[in-house]
Design a binder for this molecule. Structure first.
Ligand code: AMP
Ligand code: ZN
Length: 469
């Protein structure tokens, strides 16, 4: 079976052909660990997980790298802002290293709750300073760099194909857009190495052939992806915001150094947005975290269902209502499986055995640029098909879950979710009344009591709902 992937380089779906038969290397730009990942960030790690598991079902061996950005990502895209790690340290009076450790741990915990498999390699930028310096030296030797008072920059006008993926041209960058130039020569040039500012003591800084300082953000991804996957590798993923700057610069500095193509397939996930076209971002201040969903009584996998029910290249408009619908749907699938009365198979049937079955169709849908909404629809059709033997349904669901990872055979919430004891209902009603009377202290006290009993109240516009935590 062919795998088709939409490649940002060509803006078309292309048949996937690996560099080395049977093997695939994937690099995913990981989090900047200065704060918690929001559900938009988390969305951009779900589709590479589907990609990796689909590749495995198709018989490939996958090596997946997700980096941890713990230095050099500035608050502006133009090499003039403050380092996000240093800023977080200043604002919280904690060390940047401490902050990085905490948010790396929380990131991995979020992935685990979403059934996103941890990467095979998770390199940290601060552990790869030597590799980044070596890469910059190569670029310097080939004449692609220049020095200013605050750092070493990549001269994008020297790289002929600059901006091809993003349809930009060097120096030009989006006609009319305002770009802070700082000390650089052309709008699209970018910092490879920044000198530590003379007036402030940085927590994260290193010696280099050019002076004490720290690497720019883009160089880490080139240095680390090439170290763990080779100078030329198969697939690179990230959010759509990475197309015009971060990935454009990764391509330039990688290909300038090696003289070879860097990545064969670029996959970009579209953003998760809140309400009307409102992008969710740390700077916009409208963050929703996985913890917020859990506090409302949702299972993290209900968010995974919501993400899978929307194609990764389309905007996902998040709302609590949409999440609730996803939760109901996930429970519906689990109920249909529970009703077969059959246990989950120990392992999913091998893909080759599904040649003519609906399982083949489902895999073909996933292999068509990861069409998870279609695969979910097929799963629904099959599980509701009265004519299909229960054993076949269970086998198909097991095969689907090897990629979708929705814990389809988990029946633990099925009964509990339905039954809320009357005394808990009464507490929730009392809380609603207290809230109506603006006695918020009492309302909070009752909410705590309900939570201690293992339930969660969710408020709507004109009523409340109680669910098992
Ligand atoms: P960061 O931690 O800011 O480096 O971002 C981590 C990942 O999240 C990157 O791949 C971004 O492209 C992606 N991202 C940022 N905002 C959103 C959003 N609202 N929806 C989906 N992905 C996003
Ligand atoms: Zn990156």
């Amino acid at each position: 079976m062919d795998l088709q992937l939409f490649n940002t380089l060509s803006r078309r779906k292309e048949r996937f052909v690996p560099l080395r038969p049977g093997h695939v290397g994937i690099y995913t730009c990981g989090p900047t660990v200065y704060g918690p990942a929001h559900i938009g960030n988390l969305r951009s790690y779900i589709f590479p997980d589907i990609l990796k598991k689909t590749l495995r079902r198709l018989g490939y061996q996958v090596r997946h790298v997700i980096n941890i950005t713990d230095v050099g990502h500035l608050t502006s895209n133009e090499d003039t802002g403050e380092d996000k790690m240093e800023r977080a340290a200043r604002q919280s009076a904690r060390s940047a290293w401490d902050i990085a450790a905490e948010f790396t741990r929380r990131y991995l915990a979020d992935l685990a709750r979403l059934n996103v498999e941890p990467p095979d390699v998770m390199p940290r930028a601060t552990d790869h300073i030597a590799e980044q310096i070596a890469h910059i030296r190569t670029l310097e030797a080939k004449g692609f760099t220049y020095r200013t008072e605050d750092g070493i920059y990549f001269d994008t006008t020297h790289f002929e194909r600059y901006g091809r993926m993003a349809r930009l041209h060097a120096g030009g960058l989006q006609e009319g857009s305002r770009v802070e130039m700082g000390t650089k020569r052309h709008k699209t040039d970018f910092a490879l190495w920044k000198f530590s500012p003379p007036d402030v003591k940085r927590q994260m800084e290193w010696d280099s052939p050019w002076g004490r300082g720290f690497p720019g953000w883009h160089i880490e991804c080139s240095a680390m992806s090439m170290k763990y996957l080779g100078d030329e590798f198969d697939i690179h993923t990230g959010g759509s915001d990475h197309i015009p700057v971060h990935h454009t610069n990764e391509i330039a500095q990688s290909e300038a150094a090696t003289g070879r193509p860097f990545v064969h397939y670029w996959l970009h996930g579209e953003h998760l947005v809140l309400g009307e076209d409102e992008r969710m971002g740390k700077s916009e201040g409208n963050l929703v975290l996985l913890d917020d969903l859990v506090a409302q009584g949702y299972e993290p996998l209900s968010f995974r269902y919501l993400a899978l029910n929307n194609h990764y290249r389309k905007y996902l408009q998040f709302s609590w209502q949409a999440l609730k619908a996803a939760d109901t749907a996930l429970m519906g699938l689990r109920r249909l499986l529970a009703e077969t009365g059959l246990p989950a198979p120990e392992s999913p049937p091998p893909a080759e055995r599904e040649a003519s079955a609906p399982g083949w169709r489902l895999l073909a849908e996933l292999a068509d640029d990861l069409n998870t909404p279609k695969a979910l629809a097929t799963l629904w059709t099959v599980l509701r098909d009265g004519a299909m033997p229960a054993a076949d349904k269970v086998a198909l669901a097991a095969a689907a879950d090897a990629v979708l990872s929705l814990n389809l055979f988990d029946a633990s919430r099925l009964d509990a979710a339905r039954e809320v004891p009357p005394e808990i209902q009464a507490l929730a009603q009392a809380r609603w009344n207290a809230r109506g009377a603006r006695d918020f202290a009492e309302a909070d006290r009752l909410r705590d009591e309900i939570r201690k009993a293992g339930y969660v109240v969710r408020d709507g516009k004109d009523g409340f709902e109680v669910v098992k935590a």
